[in-house]
Write a protein that binds this ligand. Sequence first.
Ligand code: GLU
Length: 309
Amino acid sequence: MTDLQAILDGIYTELSPRIGEGKVADYIPELAKVDPKQFGMTIATVNGEVHSVGDAGIAFSIQSISKVFMLTLALGKIGESLWKRVGREPSGTSFNSIVQLEREEGIPRNPFINAGAIAVSDVVLSGHAPREAIGELLRFVRYVADDESITIDDRVARSETQTGFRNFALANFMRAYGNLDHPVEHVLGVYFHQCALSMSCQQLAKAGLYLAARGSNPITGHSVVSPKRARRINALMLTCGHYDGSGDFAYHVGLPGKSGVGGGILAVAPGIGSIAVWSPGLNKVGNSQLGAVALEMLAARTGWSVFGD
Ligand code: GLU
């Protein structure tokens, strides 16, 4: 049996001198205040083991990792017809790029770049007031993580509402092309609040377990999605989960993963477990610098890469 706790402890010891590397996201003022000298990591296995190290119990802003949960909800709501509104190809551009959206007439490349996620939020919003859609997401995340204490950080949501000019531009663009059904303010209200979900590595790793265990949470027994849907969400995370750093992440880590500008990454080892890592300093493409290094070390030491050990 692999001693996962010893592996995590080893990674933490080796990375300790580097904690604080990278640059915290400063385009959202509330995130600029976060102390970069933090690092946490949790592995939750499909057998029910949970191992953690460092600041794994501290809640942070999950930002774009929320796009995985929103995508799960939207697919549950409208199924495959979602793909008329959003593509499934890697973008090769930055997370908030506008150029590609214009060239492709308002259909975002994939559900994990900002434009794609905004279209997905529009789908979840349908039939609801914005407040109810946010409530639906919060209930869902609490359910998959089996943790009622998860909350949304309103200060982060407000901060982003005041400064999210690019997201307003993306949303207005899509509305102009007829790819948003609801008023831009409502859709972005949902989007900014989903990004402001506040979770610890421990909560996030548990929340991602359904993706590692064929669509069901093996600890609670809750069935969340079909095995086929879990497999497909994993495929999208592998190809599109790290913006234009997705190829590099697949090359070095070899696991489906989704990053957020809060410095978190959720990675999935299908059939084995779900891993959450958090370190706020980001690399040039906006992904957690040490988080990616830690996952590379983990994949190398466990042989969990989906491409072979
Ligand atoms: N809320 C962020 C934004 O829309 C999410 C970006 C990210 O985490 O990558 O800019």
